[in-house]
Design a protein around this ligand. Structure first.
Ligand code: HEM
Length: 483
């Protein structure tokens, strides 16, 4: 019975996509090449694209140059890899980040609610106000420092001081960020209650962000769908917590007031922010520690400036208020740390800056070529191509902690780890502070040793395209508290 149902669904889907693809094929004329390799009927280039985006895009670039297009099911995806072509894409008002597709497909928010423009505009305003204003950023930054200190106090009580504890670097990054970030944004809730579900969902995140047909999720990703539902259910039952951040407070309040809201929309919206706040920050912290902790010169410089600008915490005095000095301003004085983190964002930042076309339009590229873009097309910029281009970054394959010293990130053309334009990541300043705080607190309080010399570690391939991908294997370490 079930098999028959699956067969019928697949058949309907097959015919539907075939018709759409035939309709589309008559209309695929673009003044840039269509990629022939790896294209299958119905699904187009889905397989090589999902398997290893980076490899696929670099291969296409070698064969077709910096402009080409592919098809995913019947959707055209236009790649523009030359940064000179990016600004007409970023500026075109008819092209924007497919926030609604992310909302529905990835997190299960209802379409009707996402179509409520006044609410969405207001929530967008909250991102600016409560994640980026100096006051809010300072508040979040100091609170996060305190929360990491609390995690360290518990951890030290668990393993004891001066006792070596075998662990691994990704686990350590996760331990430092996950709970502290959750408590900073959501207040007095216990993020560890959602840890198992988060890890399950996060592992298959790339499928949820690929906007596949719904039946694929129900058939093949049931456990992950259930994990996502559990997080949604938790947040539906706990819309507010004591000491929640202003962002979460105002956003939850506004969502609860909205007439367009469906029963799960608040929980699903909280889940989306919960994932956005840790999904990339944990791997980014891993890569920062991975590079900085193994570079004696970086360590010396960074240790010196941390010692000067960021007062150490007490593990025994509960009234210790040192974290109040861990403001964005003081953290920004650590210029080597800033450069070292920017270098991580360059070498491991692999987002795909994707824009969906919501109304037929055209874009005029740097050399005057006009590309007609039709509704539902996607345009993708892939900053990794620039991040690894020696013309922009000499010896791009080498991690140089002081590469960005004296340069502002915004001034460097092409460093787009946080996206660009109207939807540029609103959490980027907070995220960078989180990574810096973890690095600084580990340097101040923890002795560590790497237990393996083989450090040939790459990114998880199918996570490339969403910010910063986690490592494909963890790095064994041991650590102990100094005090
Ligand atoms: C290293 C860490 C992070 C990276 C690499 C990252 C990267 C990104 C990228 C690439 C986008 C899409 C931008 C675009 O295409 O225009 C994005 C969007 C977003 N990020 Fe982040 N992010 C990080 C941390 C955070 C944190 C800590 C938060 C919240 C506290 C956050 C909240 C968001 C939100 C809400 C959006 C959607 C913006 C919108 O709808 O306009 N991110 N992020």
């Amino acid at each position: 019975m079930l098999l028959t149902l699956i067969f019928v669904l697949l058949l309907i889907f097959f015919l539907y996509t075939l018709v759409r693809q035939l309709k589309g094929a008559s209309n695929t004329s673009l003044p840039i090449p269509f990629v022939k390799n790896g294209c299958l009927p119905i699904i187009g280039h889905l397989i090589p694209f999902l398997k290893d985006k980076s490899k696929f895009i670099f291969e296409c670039q070698r064969s077709y140059g910096s402009r080409f297009f592919i098809e995913l099911f019947s959707q055209r995806m236009i790649f523009l890899l030359d940064p000179n072509d990016w600004s007409p894409v970023i500026r075109n008002p008819n092209l924007s980040l497919p926030v609604k597709d992310f909302g529905t497909k990835t997190f299960g928010i209802s379409r009707g609610f996402l179509d409520d423009e006044p609410i969405m505009n207001e929530i967008h305003r909250y991102f600016k106000l409560y994640l980026q204003s100096t006051e809010s950023l300072d508040f979040l930054t100091a609170r996060f420092s305190k929360c990491v200190r609390d995690v360290m106090i518990q951890d030290r009580a668990r393993i004891g001081s001066h006792v070596w504890h075998p662990y691994s670097l990704l686990e350590l990054s996760h331990r430092m960020i996950f709970e502290a970030s959750g408590r900073t944004l959501f207040g007095d809730m216990n993020p560890l209650l959602l840890e198992k579900e988060f890890l399950l969902f996060d592992k298959k995140f790339h499928y949820f962000a690929a906007f596949l047909p719904d039946f694929i999720y129900s058939l093949f990703l049931r456990r992950e769908m259930n994990a996502r539902s559990s997080m949604t259910t938790y947040f539906n039952a706990h819309p507010h917590s004591n000491n929640e951040s202003e962002l979460v407070h105002h956003r939850a309040k506004r969502i609860l007031e909205a007439e367009s809201r469906q029963p799960n929309d608040l929980g699903a919206s909280h889940t989306s922010i919960f994932w956005a706040s840790v999904g990339n920050t944990i791997p980014a912290t891993f890569w920062s520690l991975f590079y900085i902790l193994r570079d004696p010169h970086a360590l010396q410089k960074i240790n010196e400036e941390i010692c000067t600008h960021l007062p150490p915490f007490s593990f025994s005095d509960p009234n210790d208020k040192s974290f109040e000095f861990w403001t964005s301003g003081n953290i920004a004085k650590c210029v080597y740390l800033e450069s070292a983190i920017n270098e991580v964002l360059r070498i491991k930042g692999t987002p795909m800056v994707s824009r969906k076309c919501y109304q037929d339009t055209q874009i005029s590229l740097a050399d005057g070529t006009i590309i007609p873009v039709r509704e539902n097309d996607m345009i993708s910029l892939f900053p990794e191509v620039v991040h690894s281009d020696p013309n922009y970054f000499p010896e791009p394959e080498i991690y140089k902690f002081d590469r960005f010293l004296g340069k502002t990130t915004d001034a460097i053309k092409g460093l787009l780890t946080f996206g660009s334009g109207k939807t540029i990541c609103p959490g980027r300043h907070f995220a960078k502070n989180e990574i810096k705080i973890c690095t600084a607190l580990i340097l101040q309080n923890i002795d560590y040793e790497f237990l393996e010399t083989n450090m040939n570690i790459n990114c998880v391939k199918n996570r490339i395209g969403f910010g910063i991908a986690p490592p494909d294997c963890d790095v064994p370490i041991r650590y102990r508290y100094k005090e």
